[in-house]
Write a protein that binds this ligand. Sequence first.
Ligand SMILES: [Zn+2]
Length: 312
Amino acid sequence: MENIRVYSHPACLSKDNGEGHPERKERLESILDSIQSMDDISIDLNEAPIAQYSDINLVHPQSYLEEMFSMIPDDGLVGVEKEPYADTLLCPNSKEAILRACGSGISASKDLMDGKSKRIFCAVRPPGHHAETNRVNGFCFINNAAVAARFLQSQYDINRVAIIDFDVHHGNGTQEIFYNDDSVLYGSIHQHPLFPGTGLESETGVGNIFNAPISAGTSSEDFLRIFNERILVNVDLFMPEVIIISAGFDAHQRDPLAAINLNSDDYFTMTHDIVEIANRHSKGRVISFLEGGYDLLALAESIQSHFKGLSI
Ligand SMILES: [Zn+2]
């Protein structure tokens, strides 16, 4: 049984999106409380460091970061995106949260390659998978998973990285970043139509993008079958040297932003199946990033299932 190393930071709780916003600090509090109440899994909680610009620049140009950070207000909230997506907001404490969310993946990558841990979870916010090379989108500013993938490839003898995204929304940012890069496989199962509207099966990149759009109302059984047939089979064939998970828990039946019917236990099944592939091809190396998930009870339960899967 593997122990799980966790990166988080109080700054990630101080990212404020205002009253009534679904992407709120209570999400992360629920996750941290839940994992710390697990007594059957060994968890090693660490502080996420601030990411260096030189590492973030592996994905996002410096001009993008400077423009984004220049918009941070002294007080109150500032919307970064135009209508109809005016709910991607910067608050006074945003910069540290954004940089530590990304820094978690840098430390996780180093730990993975130094042999400190094989399973690492980045319990951070803001999330990342909607952030494109030059575009803030969908509560996301820096694509944390993408930076980790590029960091691994630039610093270590790692060629093939798979990013598996089971958040209920398509990770348009991750797809855009790697669309012409056959060294990174991106596989996503997501409700469609739904924000951000991308993620059709016909979007295949250079043969490295695998999208499985599913309809509202999809059952847990069908979701797991499609996830296996359209995503995991291709990840297995790709033989990744590291697997990164964009772990959103908003395909849960309780989630208020989507209409898929996963149970909390399904996150064990999916994670277990991913880890089996990692054990086969990737020396067991898995980094998982928190993306979405907006129901607090669903998050508390699902993260325990995810951790049970990661610990096998
Ligand atoms: Zn989502």
